[in-house]
Ligand binder design. Structure first.
Ligand SMILES: Nc1ncnc2c1ncn2[C@@H]1O[C@H](COP(=O)(O)OP(=O)(O)OP(=O)(O)O)[C@@H](O)[C@H]1O
Ligand SMILES: [Mg+2]
Length: 962
């Protein structure tokens, strides 16, 4: 008999093109140039085999290879495959915080419900874990090239997808081959973006189809050690080129004696016995796989079925625990299973040689038998004190209606806290099914329900939080638990924007007997937040009075009782109130008081980020851009590992402050590092990228960003006109129109901003001076006057230096008074807004030139040009020079020499610092720690540095000898 199975395939057939692509990617990694590859195709088509074949070519210890595999159950265990690959044994949990989604990075933020498009919510421990795993990859790559394989990504959970996506973005700057495999069915959520991320990062998506007829023949020849005859080949047609199927068919034929080698040719006998495979039969894959199992003893089959419950890979100790045998006792059976090609060893564990074998064994059992075996397995594992993950795996396989045994409830109750922090989604399932089985009077109920409410909140499932709390609260006797559940419910309702319901719930709870003073104070603080939502009072004055009363009582009580939660939330509410009354200084002071209370308290970490974000927004509005930028930068660096989605908003706001300060590359680095944003915020980021590119006279880039912005707007439909960054978007459109030679169109874009409009319109006051200039240029004086009046009206509404300076500037231009324009420029100088200051000086120079004061005009123009030079604002310099030239004014200083676009001289100060550290072999997290910036900011810098230095890897970055 020819035995196919035991022969290793020394050569992989029919995949030369794929092997060449992968080999090239691996060569790149050897040279420090990372790449992502995604291999796709049906089960058994050879995804793993192709990858193995390439990795087998590596010399011993040449490149570190780390592998993890997802399976259908790991979807419930966030990041388990990634952690397995990276051998990450640390806790994947983080302290739970409360949070919300990113939003338009403008204006204060009281509290908002999550938007629809971010699946992981703040507080989900998986977000923090993603950050830590990314740091680990950076650290590993600093030691040398790395191959990171994530197999079977069709089953990857959302957090793993996020990890993959983040890693794809940095892969070109690391010596990393990021290799994924996945079947195309079943489609996991996020399957589409996965391939896109790979392509966007410059990686390859490799679809594998069936082997060609030559490939099939070569593979068969390799396996049977003879040339396959035509009858054998035509029989193998039924495999449609699927190597797994081909191999199983050949093995089945060999086992049954149907395979015969005559001379150098292998063919099929026609006289094989009953049950044998013949050319006439085209057995299904499942039958062929099952055929392999027919050869096993009853004992081996029993043990293998139990093993199939444990997943594609398992420790022998688990199998021993469940079968009630010792590991030694199992040996003969396991040996048989390995000899039959069903199992193989994988480090200290065993695994099925192919998932299809596990599947055949699993599905071969009648369903009721499966359920009771899972129950038995769970019980045995609990008895053995096995890790929670492995027990949970068994419990989750038991359908809800059939679980809920008493021992299960005991175990869930004892492990609820750990599960809630580590595997929140799993915890919800287990808690819900356990609770549905427990009697109302069961003493375990209360604590399980509190855990459930907590974990639902953590996952952002606010409707359910409300539901659970409503059912449970009437039954809760412990006042502290009552307080906690009420807080969760009130907060959930606040996030759902059900303000009246939230207020009602808090009022009712405050009257509940036995509620402690601490909880009363916290309720008052939450009540104040709720009251700030619309619709809870009839007039603004009434709202203000109620908010003040509630927050003051919460603050007083919080201080007296030493309760940071009550006091800090109350101060947060008051800061929003002050900001609403245009008292931004007062708002900042209140935030500072609150920040001194919350620091270091993990439960208040999210409030801390929320307030820092507000502080950055307020100080920016106050024109204190340095302060805003420093705070944003420091917070991003220190809070990055929390993974909080609030950081995206903070990053965007910090970037805007950097833009105003004229630190345009720093701004771009932050904009590039921003993760997923809501469309409004994204629109704002595009606008700022357009500003920077346009002022730098890079219209190709400005137009590229403008196209992206317009695509986003058209997706937004009619609502975009209501977006808060509307003025910013119009300013971006106007800039590109003017810069590309159409000032009329630019004016048309901005004209919409001229009339007064009630309500807060962020950025409008910054766009008005340009409108005045364009209107005057077009000879439309009335429009210029209207715009100037609106600027003044805005400054009266919001009496801040920035607004006042802009208003004074507009008025001075509208009047054509160069002296007043220069005064405005001086105010803008004081506010450290170099672009605006330069623009104002330019206007003064034009007015002076027109009045014939060539000498003074030239001096003022030079001032503007110097500022433009510092910023790299070549377009502004070109425009300014052209405007005064007709009056005989020639600049005394040279306009900005364009910073070279490539080479060391093209790097900014920050980029040079980063490049020097990269050249010294430091990893991105290391560099981040040293420069007190976030790792993602460093990633943006490194990617720009690679582009500017025109090198393919960080290893090629060298500091030039000076
Ligand atoms: N081109 C090939 N030549 C020879 N043998 C192959 C080839 N491709 C795959 N095989 C063999 O076929 C079997 C199935 O391949 P593999 O496990 O790589 O499939 P897969 O696509 O990874 O499937 P899954 O989606 O189930 O993980 C393996 O035993 C492998 O060694
Ligand atoms: Mg595979």
């Amino acid at each position: 008999m020819v035995c196919v199975m035991r022969r290793p395939v020394s050569r992989i057939a029919g995949r030369d093109a794929e092997l060449a692509i992968l080999g090239e990617a691996l060569d790149g990694v050897r040279a420090g140039r990372g790449r992502a590859v995604l291999i796709e195709g049906e089960a058994g088509i050879g995804k793993t085999a192709v990858l193995d074949a390439v990795l087998d070519r590596l010399g011993p210890a040449e490149i570190r290879v780390l592998r993890g595999a997802c399976d259908d159950l790991t979807q419930r265990f966030p990041l388990s495959a990634v952690a397995q690959a990276l051998d990450f044994r640390g806790s994947l949990s983080s302290s739970p915080g409360r949070g919300r989604q990113p939003r338009a990075p403008t204006g204060p933020d009281a509290e908002r419900a999550p938007g629809p498009d971010v699946a992981l919510v703040p507080g989900d421990p998986a977000l923090a874990a993603v950050e830590r795993l990314l740091e680990l990859v950076h650290a590993l790559c600093a030691r040398g090239p790395l191959v990171l394989v994530l197999e079977d990504m069709q089953w990857a959970d959302q957090a793993s997808m996020l990890f993959w996506q983040r890693l794809c973005r940095v892969v070109p700057q690391l010596p990393l081959l990021l290799a994924g495999t996945r079947r195309l069915m079943p489609r996991a959520p996020g399957a589409g973006p996965l391939a896109r991320e790979v392509r966007d990062s410059g990686g390859v998506v490799l679809p594998l189809g069936g082997l060609s007829p030559d490939g099939v023949a070569a593979m068969a020849a390799e396996l049977v050690h003879a040339r396959p005859g035509p009858d054998l080949l035509s029989w193998l047609d039924s495999a449609a080129g699927n190597p797994f199927y081909i191999r199983e068919l050949l093995d089945a034929a060999a086992r049954s004696g149907a395979l015969r080698v005559v001379g150098e040719t292998a063919g099929l006998t026609t006289d094989a016995g009953p049950g044998s495979a013949t050319a006439a039969e085209t057995a299904s894959l499942r039958q062929v796989v099952a055929g392999r199992l027919d050869f096993l003893s009853a004992d081996a089959l029993r043990v293998l079925r139990i093993a199939a419950l444990l997943g594609p890979e398992f420790p022998v100790s688990d199998l021993a625990a469940i079968t009630g045998q010792t590991a030694t006792g199992l040996l003969p059976v396991l040996d048989d299973a390995m000899a039959a090609g069903v199992l193989e060893s994988a480090r200290s564990r065993l695994r099925f040689r192919h998932a299809l074998l596990q599947q055949a064994l699993y599905e071969g059992m009648p369903r009721p038998a499966r359920v009771s075996m899972h129950q038995q397995a769970a019980r045995s594992l609990i008895g053995q004190g096995a890790p929670a993950d492995r027990i949970v795996r068994q419990l989750l396989a038991i359908p809800g209606a059939e679980g809920g045994e008493d021992w299960e409830a005991d175990w869930v109750a004892a492990n609820a806290a750990e599960l809630a922090g580590r595997l929140p989604a799993v915890a919800v399932d287990l808690l819900e099914r356990t609770l549905s089985r427990l009697r109302q009077a069961d003493p375990r109920r209360n604590s399980l329900e509190v855990h459930l409410a907590d974990v639902l909140f953590l996952l952002g499932r606010y409707e359910q939080v409300d539901e659970v709390c409503r059912t449970v609260l009437p039954l809760v006797t412990d006042p502290d638990q009552y307080g906690r559940l009420t807080w969760l419910r009130g907060y959930a309702l606040l996030r759902l924007q059900r303000y009246a319901d939230a207020a009602g719930a808090l009022d009712a709870a405050a009257a509940h007997p036995g509620i402690s003073a601490v909880w009363q104070a916290r309720f008052a603080a939450l009540r104040a937040m709720v009251l700030q939502g619309p619709g809870t009072a009839t007039s603004d004055a009434e709202v203000a009075a109620a908010v003040t009363a509630a927050s003051e009582s919460a603050l007083a009580a919080g201080r007296e009782l030493g309760d940071a939660t009550a006091a800090s939330y109350a101060l947060h509410v008051q800061s929003i109130q002050h900001a609403g009354n245009h008292d931004l200084n007062g708002a900042v002071q209140l935030i500072d008081q609150a920040l001194s209370l919350v620091s270091g308290d993990p439960l208040l970490a999210d409030l801390q980020l929320l307030m820092i974000y507000n502080r950055v927004a307020f100080t920016s509005e106050l024109g204190l851009f340095d302060e805003a930028w420093e705070l944003a930068r420091k917070t991003l660096a220190t809070s990055e590992l929390s993974g909080s989605p609030r950081l995206s908003t903070l990053r965007a706001n910090g970037g805007v402050a950097a833009y105003e300060l004229g630190r345009w590359d720093d701004a771009l680095a932050e904009f590039d590092a921003v993760g997923g944003m809501e469309p409004e915020s994204q629109a704002m980021l595009y606008s700022y990228k357009i500003f920077i590119a346009g002022h730098r006279d890079d219209w190709a880039e400005a137009n590229r960003q403008l196209r992206a912005l317009r695509a986003l707007i058209s997706e937004g439909g009619a609502v975009w006109a209501l977006w808060s960054p509307r003025a910013t978007i119009l300013a971006a459109e106007a800039l590109v129109s003017e810069g590309t030679g159409d000032p009329q169109q630019a004016l048309a874009w901005l004209a919409e901003l001229a009339p007064r409009e009630e309500g807060h319109a962020p950025f409008r006051h910054e766009a008005l001076p340009t409108l005045v200039r364009l209107a005057l240029g077009a000879g439309d004086e009335p429009l210029a006057q209207t715009a100037a009046q609106t600027a003044r009206w805005e400054a009266d509404q919001t009496p801040l230096e920035r607004q006042s300076a802009n208003a004074a500037w507009c008025e001075a231009m509208a009047r054509g008074d160069q002296r007043l324009v220069r005064q405005a420029a001086a105010s803008l100088h004081g506010l450290r807004m170099p672009l605006a200051e330069g623009n104002a000086l330019e206007e003064a120079a034009v007015l002076l030139a027109r009045a014939g004061d060539v000498v003074e005009a030239r001096a003022v123009l030079d001032g503007a040009l110097q500022l433009y030079a510092q910023l790299g604002a070549s377009w502004d310099a070109r425009r300014a020079t052209a405007r005064v030239r007709p009056f005989g004014v020639r600049p005394g200083v040279r306009g900005p020499r364009r910073r070279p676009s490539s080479g060391w001289a093209a790097l900014t100060t920050m980029e040079r610092q980063v490049a020097e550290l990269v050249a010294a072999g430091r990893s991105n997290p290391d560099i981040a720690a040293q420069l007190l910036i976030s790792r993602r900011t460093v990633e943006s810098h490194v990617s720009r540095i690679l582009g500017k230095l025109e090198v393919g890897s960080r290893w090629e970055i060298r500091v030039p000898a000076s």
